[in-house]
Design a protein around this ligand. Structure first.
Ligand SMILES: C[S@@+](CC[C@H](N)C(=O)[O-])C[C@H]1O[C@@H](n2cnc3c(N)ncnc32)[C@H](O)[C@@H]1O
Ligand code: SF4
Length: 381
């Protein structure tokens, strides 16, 4: 069974006001201590699962571009010694585009990283300020140029549906972004997450995002522009030239197996046909102490019930534009489509143009993907 490995680096230089990822600002990080602990947890976690063949490693965060390239290199080497890999192994690292980190891109490449995912967020200085980013648009473009020099594959993230953003201004920004694109872009609509600074401002009555209708119009515009540019959507917020899809994320969306290490990292691991949801201690210091005393910081390893497997499989699979694979549905849940979902619910969703069923897949249409939470709730109710 092919496995993906996720490694979480929980530190950032500052906390962005929209972000609810497990990221923390610390004055000083003892890189040597963290390297040792991550390598220890990696060794320990390799015993956790049946799959011993690795097809992807993903350094996510937080800001993994703040890791020492040497730490990244040691983890890659250790993973290669614990799992079977081949030359197609995808090794992605998430990076922030500040100048200092861009200069480190070369080091990451030498450490074995072969794909970079850069958090550009916007190419507009005013929007970057609104999003609380530390970089300017020109630094972002410079980071993209350096990424293109060192990495055969790179992607970047943009956040749109910002308050008062017009179709014209987004069209201009996205057109510019496309001139710098490698084979992949992640284009996220701004969401207001609980417990963030943006959530507080929203509660105070400030307008923090676009309303639903203009945001839906931008989603359609994005979808059309990306298709025309030869990077069609392959997932709700992800666009790629054929063959350039992110292998790591495809494993998540196909409900495959992944091991997660580092603070707060989640995993889905298979053992003897059963599937477990794992998670690690979230607070960096608690995680570190646990690894240093026990060799791992596993906090939860829950057997997924058949209902939970169906729920997750549906949630993930319908995000993909190719849809949810009905053979995989049977493999994962032992259910055929008409047993998994109510035929009446399926008929209503098909009639409303939100779902399409083929002999091999259940597919959310573009309209369906825009209202995916509602579609899934109705389908599984
Ligand atoms: C782990 S985060 C960021 C990686 C990196 N630290 C950075 O900021 O460049 C991955 C991506 O999620 C997106 N994201 C995070 N919070 C978001 C939100 N509230 N709304 C939309 N996109 C969000 C951003 O585009 C971000 O680049
Ligand atoms: S968006 Fe990235 S840099 Fe900003 S707080 Fe979140 S993880 Fe850190």
């Amino acid at each position: 069974m092919n496995t993906a490995l996720y490694i979480h680096w929980p530190f950032c230089l500052s906390k962005c006001p929209y972000c609810d990822f497990n990221s923390h600002v610390r004055e000083k990080v003892d890189q040597k201590r963290w390297k040792k602990a991550l390598v220890t947890e990696l060794e320990n976690s390799a015993e956790e699962s049946d799959g011993k063949s690795l097809s992807s490693i993903f350094f996510g965060g937080g800001t993994p571009s703040l890791m020492d390239p040497d730490t990244v290199g040691s983890l890659i080497e250790k993973a290669k010694s614990l799992f079977k890999t081949d030359e197609t192994l995808e090794i992605t690292l998430e990076a922030n585009p500040s100048t200092v980190e861009s200069e480190r891109f070369k080091g990451f490449n030498e450490a074995g990283v072969n794909r970079l995912s850069i958090g550009i967020q916007s190419l507009n200085d005013e929007a970057l300020m609104f999003l609380g980013r530390r970089h300017s648009a020109s630094e972002a473009l410079n980071a993209l140029k350096i990424a293109a020099t060192y990495f055969p594959r790179y992607s970047f993230d943009l956040i749109y549906a910002r308050p008062d953003q017009t179709p014209e201004s987004w069209k201009e920004e996205l057109s510019k972004a496309l001139t710098y694109a490698g084979g992949h872009l992640s284009l996220y609509q701004l969401t207001i997450e609980p417990q963030t600074a943006f959530a507080t401002r929203l509660k105070r009555g400030e307008k923090m995002t676009l309303e639903d209708d203009p945001a839906a119009a931008l989603y359609e515009l994005t979808d059309d522009m990306m298709r025309t540019a030869g990077l069609p959507a392959y997932e709700v917020s992800n666009y790629a030239a054929p063959g350039q899809e992110c292998r790591h994320n495809l494993i998540y969306w196909n409900f495959g197996q992944y091991i997660g290490i580092g603070p707060g990292a989640h995993g889905r691991v298979s053992r003897s046909g059963a599937k477990y949801a794992t998670s690690r201690y979230k607070a960096p210091e608690t995680w570190l102490e646990s690894v240093e005393t026990k060799g791992h910081a596993l906090q939860v390893s829950d057997l997924l019930s058949p209902e939970e497997r169906l729920h997750e499989f549906t949630l993930m699979g319908l995000r993909l534009t190719q849809g949810l694979d009905l053979n995989r549905l049977y493999e994962e849940t032992g259910l055929r489509v008409e047993e998994a979902y109510s035929p009446q619910a399926l008929a209503v969703l098909e009639k409303e143009g939100l779902l399409i069923q083929t002999s091999s897949h259940l597919i959310a249409t573009r309209e369906g993907r825009m209202r995916l939470n509602g579609v899934i709730e109705f389908l599984l109710s």
